[in-house]
Design a protein around this ligand. Structure first.
Ligand code: IPE
Ligand code: IPE
Ligand code: MG
Length: 233
């Protein structure tokens, strides 16, 4: 499952609060959803926290977000470790502040043993860049197939082992676009959009999205039913 956590700013504006207050409340929603995910049957959860294009936001907002990420990681890794949550951060690291990079390394190291849920936080993430990074690595691969390329994408993103395809992609706040998130991995993802702003997203909303997913009929290009698949080359 992957989530585009959107709507923090509008959540705050609707309450006459600064945007950063929305981001803070968004961090609380992250904690709730991470706790609820295993019970909802989720084994890998990738959360879009900061896109490469988000660097174009005002300096104050970017700085505030970076501080929140660091504080969140430093505070939450213990809870993650206790609950069997393995935390990884995907995306570019070279533009992050050294102290944030250290907080990421610490959280990843201390939660490495978690096997109940793999939580991937996407920070300075761009799907296009990750695909370009994989293409770069691919130059030294003698034989390239989709599983190999997926592995290279994950290597380009510092995420090992390779995460598999996304089954369910959720976006909050009523927007209906991908905004450069997991373009390769979402080839056959079911898309669920909810009007709710991210700070209001809770266990019930996650459950409803998973229910919606279970009602979908996934076909992967084939025909539905028991006779499907006989025309494969
Ligand atoms: C999502 O909320 C969080 C980040 C992109 C960092 P937004 O900040 O995009 O909130 P809106 O879309 O302005 O409401
Ligand atoms: C996508 O949301 C990035 C994150 C949720 C972190 P944006 O709010 O940045 O996306 P656009 O600008 O509406 O496409
Ligand atoms: Mg937004």
């Amino acid at each position: 499952v992957a989530i585009i956590m959107d709507g923090n700013g509008r959540w705050a504006r609707a309450r006459g609060r600064p945007r950063l207050e929305g981001h803070r409340r968004g961090g609380e929603a992250v904690r709730r959803i991470v706790e609820a995910a295993p019970e909802a049957g989720i084994t890998t959860l990738t959360l879009y926290a900061f896109s490469t294009d988000n660097w174009h936001r005002p300096r104050d907002e970017v700085d505030g977000l970076m501080e929140l990420f660091e504080a969140h990681l430093r505070r939450e890794w213990r809870r993650c470790a206790r609950n069997g949550v393995r935390l990884s951060v995907i995306g570019r690291r070279d533009r992050l502040a050294p102290r944030l990079r250290r907080a990421i390394a610490l959280a990843e190291e201390r939660t490495a043993g978690g096997s109940r849920l793999h939580l991937r936080l996407a920070v300075d993430y761009s799907a296009r860049e990750s695909i370009l990074g994989a293409a770069d690595l691919a130059r030294s691969e003698p034989a390239l197939d989709p599983p190999t390329f997926s592995r290279l994408i994950n290597r380009a993103l510092h995420s090992e082992p390779a995460a598999s395809d996304v089954d369910l992609l959720i976006r909050t706040s009523g927007e209906r676009r991908l905004s450069d998130f997991l373009l390769w991995e979402c080839a056959y993802a079911e898309l669920v959009f909810t009007e709710r702003f991210w700070p209001d997203f809770d266990r019930e909303a996650l459950g409803a999205a998973v229910q919606e997913f279970r009602r979908r009929n996934r076909r992967f290009g084939r025909l539905p039913g028991p006779a499907a698949g006989s025309g494969a080359p």
